[in-house]
Design a protein around this ligand. Structure first.
Ligand SMILES: Nc1ncnc2c1ncn2[C@@H]1O[C@H](COP(=O)(O)OP(=O)(O)O)[C@@H](O)[C@H]1O
Ligand SMILES: O=C(O)[C@@H](O)C(=O)COP(=O)(O)O
Length: 440
């Protein structure tokens, strides 16, 4: 591992100088992976997302200096999340990664059992580091942390729509309270005042508070991008960092601000939106799109009664929409704009898995029908769709909005598809109709 100095002090350019150091990242879901890649590209890295550890070497050989392994581990059993993360770590280190970035959700999405703590613990132990940081903040998308409390657009996380997430309802806002029960290590807070003291003072404070006996995790306040820059600079000597994607904005990659990844060619073909997310932003985007584009809601009862019949109904409907207008982007969605999702319902996990399977099957059927551009809403949903399409490496193709980008890859049989994997709560209201204009 390359060790570097703690960075510059307050007032200067507080971004961490990382030239020549390859970043290896492990993301706990697929939208999170493209979100992170987008911010790494902004910071001057050639970032590539791979969907299995076996593809890491190929990405390194292609000249990437930031490789993000996308896992579907956020809601997985803890043992699976840990072992898949450790496999990714091994592949990233073998490919020459010198720093490791563990990416989880900017709203700290976690099941009650929780995978963030166990994965972080395992990574700390595997890398034998005494301390690391936890930085969920992503101010461009309204996520800030103050006195270790997570806010979403100024509202405590527990009062935000994340309270009703079907798989990871977030009913607490204090990140220490969320993380400590999941971690065997000591979890401490770093207040905004310390962050404002500048990168060198911050690095020294962490050094002082790091216990020789017990590994320490610092949950760090940040409310602006400048705070993220200071935190990234102060943590420049840490082999392991963790957070949402915002922290990546403080890093400085080898290609400077102007570095853009090679743009992927747009393929000709049909378009579709597959929305498995039940999040508030997605439901707003569906409502907006339904006024302009054809839309159809998956019938969950019909899926349960006869999976193939419901799939055939949706495929026929979409073919009809394209026959009427070849350039249409029909929207297939699981949860409607006015549907109330009750996260406490026992059957939710089963329904969620069924919906994911249906949207993944539809993605395959749509690609067979000539679709080449897919906008997928939802992290778990994106994981299921990308796995079904057999895409193992995703090249960056340009940002749509903070944390959402077009990416491109070849699926089973070599068919190239463009994908926008949209996190549930990201993106402007008009995204389902406007994103097509930004295709590379
Ligand atoms: N009406 C619903 N009932 C039960 N589960 C649902 C419903 N709508 C969506 N889901 C499931 O909720 C989960 C949403 O997670 P995800 O795709 O990660 O979206 P987000 O990005 O908003 O978190 C998926 O497993 C999806 O299948
Ligand atoms: O950090 C974030 O908020 C996103 O990158 C992310 O992880 C979102 O997850 P989903 O809402 O499940 O898509």
């Amino acid at each position: 591992m390359t060790k570097r100095d703690g960075g510059s002090g307050a007032g200067g350019d507080d971004r961490a100088e990382q030239g020549g150091v390859m970043i290896g990242a492990i993301a706990d879901d697929f939208t999170g992976a493209t979100d992170l890649a987008s911010n790494l590209v902004r910071s001057g890295y050639r970032a590539v997302v791979v969907t299995d550890a076996g593809a890491v070497c190929g990405a390194a050989a292609s000249g990437a200096d930031a490789i993000v392994v996308a896992l579907k581990s956020r809601t997985a059993p803890v043992a699976d999340a840990v072992s898949h993360s450790l496999d990714a770590l091994t592949a990233l280190r073998d490919a020459g990664s010198e720093r490791v970035y563990f990416k989880y959700c900017s709203t700290f999405d976690s099941t009650p059992e929780g995978t963030i703590g166990p994965v972080l613990d395992a990574l700390m132990e595997a890398l034998d580091v005494r301390s690391t940081i936890v930085v969920p903040s992503f101010p461009a998308n309204g996520r800030t942390v103050y006195k270790q409390h997570l806010f979403v657009h100024g509202e405590l996380l527990e009062h935000s729509p994340m309270r009703h997430h079907p798989l990871t309802p977030m009913t607490r806002s204090n990140v220490i309270e969320l993380l400590q029960p999941q971690s065997g290590h000591r979890v401490l807070g770093t207040d905004l005042q310390q962050v404002h003291g500048g990168a060198s003072a911050l690095a020294e404070a962490w050094q002082r508070e790091t216990d020789a006996e017990k590994r320490t995790v610092f949950v760090v306040d940040a409310v602006t991008d400048a705070d993220l820059h200071a935190i990234a600079a102060a943590s420049a000597s840490m082999p392991l960092i963790s957070g949402g994607s915002g922290l990546a904005l403080g890093l400085r990659g080898p290609h400077g601000d102007s570095a853009t990844a090679a743009l992927v060619p747009a393929a000709d073909g049909r378009r579709v939106v597959l929305a498995g997310s039940a999040s508030a932003a997605t439901r707003g985007q569906i409502a907006h799109a339904l006024e302009r584009s054809p839309g159809l809601q998956l019938d969950i009862a019909a899926l349960k009664a006869g999976f193939n019949g419901e799939i055939a109904r949706v495929v026929d409907w979409a073919r009809g929409a394209w026959n009427a207008d070849e350039s249409a982007a029909p929207v297939v969605y699981a949860t409607g704009p006015a549907d109330q999702v009750d996260a406490s319902r026992d059957s939710h996990t089963d329904d969620g898995a069924l919906i994911e399977r249906a949207l993944a099957e539809l993605a395959q059927r749509f690609v067979e029908a000539g679709v080449r551009h897919l906008l997928v809403a939802g992290g778990e949903t994106s994981g299921a769709v990308v796995a079904a399409l057999g895409v193992s490496a995703l090249e960056f193709g340009g940002e749509i909005s903070p944390g959402v980008a077009w990416v491109s890859g070849s699926g089973a049989g070599g068919t190239r598809v463009n994908l926008a994997l949209k996190s549930g709560n990201f993106g402007r209201t008009d995204m389902f109709t406007s994103a097509w204009g930004l295709l590379p």
